[in-house]
Structure formats: structure tokens, C-alpha cells
Design a protein around this ligand. Structure first.
Ligand code: ATP
Ligand code: MG
Length: 573
């Protein structure tokens, strides 16, 4: 064995890669770069413009744009617009918006449809070299001839047409001489291949359908496998990252590039993101939208990026979520709680705190001087001293949340109870001495006295109190609509649960409740799209339906509810 130093030995680089934890895609990239297979990192995000982007796409966007950034490379946006019947310009525009909103920008914008002529010329090349033929089998026959995983396929009776005949027919397909489905162009590979994708895959189909960009220019359209790799190659992509279902398309991807003798990008597959309590397939999302189960693509209950944004998710939280879950080689379902935690973490840092009472019950301070209003100084964000403070009006008639009061309560209930005391946030400790009820026994008013020595931060009194609740002053309160969203489905995996019926069977009838809340004055000034924390309740975002001085709030996510958790664990009742 030689003891001569290895010329590729670079202690600094080795140390760096030993300390930096790489995922399997980064490891593959670094190996290829080191081996000189590619001279840089060029990735792309290739959506089909047939729907709005969802959280799964965000995963792919963060990955592709993230790798380009990490390795000083480029990332293109390419619309895989090869199926004219489902694609629309509306989707193209929304996809661009969503990518920018997430915080990324593409180096080049492309459309697979821009490559239709080049793809056609390459198809001609494969015909001339005997690698493609025109086939007259219809869809059903093609499927039958293909065989199955356990049986080899059968050659098409049209497989041995001469290149001249194939070329003539292919030109006539393009010229519009044949009706939809009458013929296809197929690659001539191997009908006995164990990989079904290599059993003479269809490259072109006839569709007399106008395309959202090329209009009536074409009546033959390339299939995904034919268009995708060649588009990657044309753009000089080095790493073509896609989801696991394409793993057994990789031999075909490479066959096309190698047979044409063109640049051959490396396809790397990763597990698609699935999430509990939702569906991610565009077909199902479209059905929810079209059949009116939700209000539109941007319904705050959908996992679409427009939906999440309207719900109050921030780009930072979505990027953090995507980073946090990492990339995997095996499919799994991520708990939606992880996404909720990501938005809580970010909004905890940035969302101003405000007081809002979602289920108001009146509380009167019986010893409060008639007509007096006091301004209470409230901290805007304890996580961010620069956010400062604000003045909140306080008076003798308040609203508190009904769930913060119990006439009779167990020992560990630290909110307000009859005969008990509680601190009103930023204000005084109060003692409850009585309640007023309606004929049905519902509490309509809570009667308390305030302890004047206990003004928050005044230090006048040693009196301490375990619980603190929020409030608004009745005469100063604004009335706003609050939309309380819950999961759209009642089961973790509506796709799997629906094998017997439809995923629609598992829609959650309670996924949207509305409440009329009483809110502190500052909340009336919140503009659509702004995030706030309703203290002790959750994070909320003003909806685009908001009017000046009349905001509508969407609940993004509830705060972690410690009382609810204790109840669930049976520690309290
Ligand atoms: P659908 O099957 O619902 O139509 P799709 O995968 O065909 O979805 P595309 O528009 O083709 O959607 O996807 C664009 C890119 O986003 C592809 O590279 C695809 O692999 C990736 N992608 C789509 N869904 C997910 C997901 N759930 N997780 C990760 N990546 C995804
Ligand atoms: Mg697709």
C-alpha cells in the first residue's frame, strides 16, 4: 500500500463536511461536483399550471431554490405546460406570486411549451435513427399490449414501420390529419423490460385542444416523460430533483438524453410531503373548490399557499417548517402540528399582542367611580422591546371571556370564580362577590370589586394572585367578526380512510365557526394581512374581507392551551 499523500486529501474540507450534516441530496451533489460531473448547481422548480401551489410544493421550492443558493448556483422556474386541457394562465400567475411571496426569485423563467418545436425536431431525430415509431393502437390496446409487472408486454404490430413511413405519419399527425387518439408516437425501447416505463412509452398524443400559450399551433402534445428531461437538458440543469414516484422513470429519463446524445442531468428523488388532516392532490383540491366545500383556492382551511397566507401563515414560518422536516427517501405523513408549531414560533416573535374577548360576558366593578376611565399601559410584544407599549382604556364595565369565569370551580382553576380573585392584565386585582343570571340560569353579569392598591406594576400592594385574565372596556370595545378555523377533515388521513367511499365523507362540519368578539380599540386599526396575537387565545390575521375600521379576523392557530391539556390528561375537571 502506498503511503504517499493523497492529492485530493484536503483536511480543511473534510473537517467541514464532517461537522456539517448533509442530507442525501447534498451528499450526491457534492460528490458529483467533486468528480467533475457537473461544473455547478443548476436546479429548477417545474410546476404544471393546473392548480394553485400547496405546502407540498413549498417543500420542493425551498429545496430547489435553497440548494441553488447554498451552492452559488441557479434555479429556474419552468412551467411544465404540456397538457393543454387542464392548464390556465390564472394558475401561471398565482404560481409566480406564491413563489415570490415565499421569498424566492427564479434566475430564468421558462415554459415547456417554448420547447415544442425543439422537442418535435428531437422526435424526428429519434424516428430517423430507428428509436421511435408511429403506433395506431388505441389507448385500451396500448395498455393491453404493455403487459404487467408479472408479464412481459407484446410488440405493437406497428413497431416495425420504416423510418420513412414513421416520419411521413408523424408529420401528418402534426399537420392535423388525424383525429384525437388515432395515433401516438412511441419510443422503441423494450417491450419485455421489467420496468414498465421502458415498454415503448408514448412520446406524443394527438389532442385538437388549444393551449393557453400556443393556442392552435399544435395538435400533438408531448407526454410528461418526453418533455420533462429534455426541458431540463435544454436549460442545462445539473440536478433534476423530483418526488419518489418518478424513481422508476429515471431509466427512461436517462435513455432519452443518452439516445439523443444531449446533456444528461442527474435525477434525484425525494419523498413528497404528506400532512395529516388534509389532502394535497390537486385533483382533490380542485374538487373541494369547484363543488363549493370551501370558499375558493384561498380558503384558510386549505393547504394551498394562498390559503395558508390568508389564514395568517408567514413565509418565514413555512420556510422554517420545510427546513425542519428535512428531505427523506421514504414517504411518510407529517403531523400538521409541526406546521402549527412553526407559525406559533414565528408569530410569537413578531405579532403584536392585543386583547380580544371572543365569548363576552359583562363584568361590572361595583366600587369603580362612576364615569371614570383610566388608561392602562400595555406591552406590545414581550419578545420584542422595540415594539413598545400602548394605552388601553379601562373602566367600570368590562367584558371578559365566558370561559374565564366559573361560578363554582375546582381548586386549581386560577381564573375568576365566585368568591375568588384574579388579576386583570395590565390593571387591577378584582374580587368576585356575585353574579346576575337570566331565567335559564345563564350568567349575564359578573359583579366584582377592584382592589385599588394593586395596579399592575405600581408596587403599592404585596397582594399576589395566581391567575391573570384579559378584558376589554365595554364602552370602548369594537365589535368584530372572528372566524375560528379547525381542521378540514376529521381523520388524520382522509385519502386512506376514503378507500371505501370518498375523502369528502370525512369533511369536518365544524371546520369553520364564527364569533362576534369585543376587542380593544387598537384592533380596529389592523389592516388586511396583518398578524396579531389575541392575548391568551391565539394568533389571528385580518382577512381581505376586512373593511376600514371593521376588520374580520381569521384564527391562524390557537395558543398552546395549558388548561385544555390538563383537562385532557385528567388532572383537572
Ligand atoms: P398533483 O399530482 O397533485 O397534480 P404534482 O406533483 O403533479 O401534483 P406539479 O405541479 O407537477 O404537481 O409539481 C411541481 C413540483 O412540485 C414537482 O417537482 C413535484 O415533484 C413537486 N411537488 C408536488 N407535490 C409535492 C409534495 N407533496 N411534496 C413535495 N414536492 C411536491
Ligand atoms: Mg405533475
Amino acid at each position: 500500500m502506498s503511503t504517499a499523500p493523497d492529492p485530493s486529501h484536503d483536511p480543511a474540507a473534510e473537517k467541514e463536511s464532517a461537522t456539517e450534516k448533509l442530507n442525501f441530496i447534498e451528499t450526491a451533489i457534492q460528490q458529483d461536483l467533486k468528480a467533475g460531473r457537473f461544473d455547478g448547481v443548476a436546479t429548477r422548480f417545474p410546476p404544471e399550471p393546473n392548480g394553485y401551489l400547496h405546502i407540498g410544493h413549498a417543500k420542493s421550492i425551498c429545496l430547489n431554490f435553497g440548494l441553488a443558493k447554498k451552492y452559488g448556483g441557479t434555479c429556474n422556474l419552468r412551467f411544465d405546460d404540456t397538457n393543454p386541457s387542464k392548464e390556465e394562465t390564472e394558475y401561471v400567475d398565482s404560481i409566480k406570486n406564491d413563489i415570490r411571496w415565499l421569498g424566492f426569485d427564479w434566475d430564468n423563467l421558462h415554459f415547456a411549451s417554448d420547447y415544442f418545436e425543439q422537442l418535435y425536431q428531437w422526435a424526428v431525430q429519434l424516428i430517423q435513427s430507428g428509436h421511435a415509431y408511429v403506433c395506431d393502437l388505441n389507448g385500451e390496446e396500448t395498455r393491453r399490449y404493455r403487459g404487467s409487472v408479472t408479464e412481459p408486454g407484446q410488440n405493437s404490430p406497428y413497431r416495425d414501420r420504416t423510418p420513412e413511413e414513421n416520419l411521413d405519419l408523424f408529420q401528418r399527425m402534426r399537420a392535423g390529419e388525424f383525429p384525437d387518439g388515432a395515433k401516438t408516437l412511441r419510443a422503441k425501447i423494450d417491450m419485455a423490460s421489467p420496468n414498465l416505463n421502458l415498454r415503448d412509452p408514448v412520446m406524443y398524443r394527438i389532442m385538437h385542444t388549444p393551449h393557453h400559450r400556443t393556442d392552435n399551433q399544435w395538435c400533438i402534445y408531448p407526454m410528461y416523460d418526453w418533455a420533462h428531461g429534455q426541458s431540463d437538458s435544454l436549460e442545462n440543469i445539473s440536478f433534476s430533483i423530483c418526488t419518489l414516484e418518478f424513481e422508476n422513470h429515471r431509466p427512461l429519463y436517462n435513455w432519452f438524453c443518452q439516445t439523443l446524445g444531449i446533456h444528461n442531468p442527474r435525477q434525484i428523488e425525494f419523498a413528497r410531503l404528506n400532512m395529516t388532516y388534509t389532502v394535497m392532490s390537486k385533483r382533490k383540491l380542485l374538487q373541494l373548490v369547484q363543488e363549493g366545500y370551501v370558499s375558493g383556492w384561498d380558503d384558510p382551511r386549505l393547504p394551498t399557499l394562498v390559503g395558508l397566507r390568508r389564514r395568517g401563515y408567514t413565509p418565514e414560518s413555512i420556510r422554517a417548517f420545510c427546513d425542519d422536516i428535512g428531505v427523506a427517501k421514504f414517504n411518510s405523513t407529517i403531523d400538521v402540528i409541526k406546521l402549527e408549531n412553526a407559525v406559533r414560533t414565528h408569530l410569537n416573535e413578531v405579532a403584536p399582542r392585543r386583547m380580544a374577548v371572543l365569548d363576552p360576558v359583562k363584568l361590572t366593578l361595583t366600587n369603580w367611580p362612576e364615569g371614570r376611565v383610566e388608561m392602562m399601559e400595555a406591552v406590545n410584544n414581550p419578545e420584542d422591546p422595540a415594539a413598545g407599549t400602548r394605552q388601553v382604556p379601562f373602566s367600570g364595565t368590562l367584558y371578559i371571556d365566558r370561559e374565564d369565569f366559573r361560578e363554582e370551580a375546582p381548586r386549581k382553576y386560577f381564573r375568576l370564580k365566585k368568591g375568588g380573585a384574579v388579576r386583570l392584565r395590565y390593571a387591577y386585582i378584582i374580587d368576585c362577590h356575585d353574579v346576575i343570571k337570566d331565567d335559564e340560569g345563564n350568567v349575564t353579569e359578573i359583579l366584582c370589586t377592584y382592589d385599588a392598591d394593586t395596579h399592575s406594576g405600581s408596587g403599592n400592594s404585596q397582594r399576589k394572585c395566581k391567575g391573570t385574565i384579559h378584558w376589554v372596556s365595554a364602552e370602548h370595545a369594537g365589535d368584530v367578526e372572528v372566524r375560528l378555523y379547525d381542521r378540514l377533515f376529521t381523520v388524520e388521513k382522509p385519502d386512506v380512510a376514503s378507500q371505501e367511499g370518498s375523502f369528502l365523507d370525512h369533511l369536518n362540519p365544524e371546520s369553520l365557526r364564527t364569533a362576534q368578539a369585543k376587542v380593544e380599540p387598537a384592533l380596529l386599526e389592523v389592516a388586511a394581512g396583518e398578524n396579531v396575537q389575541f392575548e391568551r387565545t391565539g394568533y389571528f390575521c385580518a382577512d381581505p374581507d376586512s373593511q376600514p375600521s371593521a376588520p374580520v379576523f381569521n384564527r391562524t392557530v390557537a395558543l398552546r392551551d395549558t388548561w385544555g391539556k390538563m383537562q385532557a390528561k385528567g388532572k383537572v375537571h
